[in-house]
Design a protein around this ligand. Sequence first.
Ligand code: ADP
Length: 228
Amino acid sequence: MTPILHIQDLTKTYQSTVKTLTVLDHINFSIEEGSTVSIVGPSGSGKTTLLGLCAGLDRSTSGVVELNGIRLDNLSEDARAQVRNQYVGFIFQNFQLLPTLTALENVMVPLELRGEKNIKPQALDLLDKVGLLERAHHYPAQLSGGEQQRVSLARAFSNKPRILFADEPTGNLDAETSEKVVKLIFDLNREAGTTLVLVTHDAELAAKTQRILRVKGGKLISDERTGV
Ligand code: ADP
């Protein structure tokens, strides 16, 4: 079976005037469709960069990124955006909601981009699923961190993603909100078979996934099955 995500010799460097910084150094792994995976490691080890490359948000310096059999590493920005709209949900550490749009409008954007019909009822359904129907017409600045995170989940879910990438999805949340968010993410895996790839510092959250990839200094140093 073709894996949903296949990474081969993935390397990312940044060039400054004085030196080359190697942020990711020949990373190799594959992820099976429908599985749940965490990426863990110390701060600055390259986790966010790795997630961005896997999701096609950014381009590698060298190496292969194949999402659902499609090579992303040699596609243009526009072509990568199309693949993302088709297959990928992404939850950013700082939510990245559009500040001039309401919660509802933020969730409608990807539906509109996909050219879907009847997007308002669909977006309202998604906000209902994350328990935020009564906040539909609020702007991000009028929402708490936990509420903004749930809007960003609804937005990510609106793509009906085959694979969901989440960067520290519980990082900025209190324990109770964090539990709600984790449940929503894992429900998506159970109910829709969505593959989950989570970057997290939270050992409890990582232990809930089937597999833990550990990154250090830009290298993949371990790849363990948790037995979940
Ligand atoms: P983590 O998510 O594990 O904390 P990151 O992927 O955010 O790590 O960053 C890894 C390294 O890459 C850090 O040293 C960071 O400073 C560097 N880095 C990230 N983005 C850039 C950039 N655009 N230009 C230069 N260095 C960067």
